[in-house]
Structures are given as C-alpha cells and as structure tokens.
Design a protein. Sequence first.
Length: 247
Amino acid sequence: MQNNNQRSVLVTGASKGIGKAIAIRLAQDGFTVAIHYLTDQAGAKDTQLAITNACGKARLLCFDVSNRIESQNKITADIEEHGAYYGVINNAGIARDGAFPALSETDWNSVIHTNLDSFYHVLQPCIMPMIGLRNGGRIIALSSVSGLVGNRGQVNYSAAKAGIIGACKALALELAKRKITVNCIAPGLIDTGMLDMEPAAFAMAMNTIPLKRMGDTSEVAGLASYLMSDIAGYVTRQVISINGGMI
C-alpha cells in the first residue's frame, strides 16, 4: 500500500460546498491537493488554509472548466511543474433552473458547458500522465439524483448530470486495464450552506427523503475518501447514491 504523501489529487470547484469538504478530507488522508476555483479566490484560500493549518499540502489552481483551451493549458502546466495526478475529482458545476419552455439558450448552454463539457476539458489532459505513473489511479465525477431520475425545473441540469454518468461508465471500461477506477457520486439534498429553495419546494423535497434530513458535505467527502483509497481498488463503473434513501 503506497503512502498517500507521494500522491496528488485535483479537486475542481473546491472553494466551497462539497468540493471544499472533499479537498479537506483528502488532504487529511495524506494527499497533496490541487484546489481548483474560478471566481471565489477567497473561498479557495480558505480551503487551502484549512489544509495547511492541519499540516496538509495544497496549492491553488484557477481556470474556467467550461473553457477547453484554458482548462487544458492550466492543467498541463500544473502537471509539468508538479507531476501527474493520482486522482481527479470532477466536482465543479452550476445550476440555472427554470421551466423548460422558458429556459433560455444561455441557461442551457452554461449548464451543459460547465457541468458536462468540463468532463472532457478537465479529465482529457490528465489521463495520459496518470497512465504514465503506472500506479493506477482514481477518477470521481459528481453527478446528482437529478441525473438519475430527473427533476422538475432542471432539464438542463438533469441532462448534464445524466451525461456524466454515461461518460464515467464508458471511461471506466477504457481505463480498467490500467487499474484506474472511474466512479460517480450522485448526491441528493446536501446542506452546503448555500441552499436556494422556496420553503414549499424544500418541504416537498424533504417529504421524499426517508431519513428526513439533508446530507452533510462531510458525508459526501467520506464517500469520496473511500473511493480514492487503495481498499476501493475493485470498485469501478459505479454510480453511488448518497441521498438519505430518496431513491
């Protein structure tokens, strides 16, 4: 079993919410973490400070995951300077909710480009260097319960998150012989401290959750920690739901 101190991981969207919790947890596990952000530099620095204060190692990486050239240039430069990633957590995403007949072209494009196209933009430049390590690897993509069953007012978001599931399943087949696992985490209602729901919609959502509570970001981070670990080496091509029994 290899010492994680020799391994680095990239976590996109790590300035807040689930991404921040995952970055901090993986640093606690001994990984060196590349903390990605786009606009929230203060949040990213807060994530980094939480890691370094606990004697972990982290660095910041800023780029737009919806922009293929920018993403690939920044990732390639980081790999050239610091070495290939052992793991990548593709977490960055946005939501632009609205009834489909009123959904604007901008709302559709921005969600698809950020949530789905980023799968290619982020992971494609990471794969060959990861293979070159000859030590296996871990890829985790954040999908959603919306990608599994669809959600009213989220046709764009559901389409992107469902696409991520298909992409992960196909990529898992391609990389299995390299001992690189590829899995999806599909969260349900998670308390990120930034919940933006009408009270009636929130009450309706809670009624669908048998455990009758929101999940905590630390619980999602714990699942990511397991999937990134050596003991999870036989888990690949899976979609693991963490939603309190919602589905």
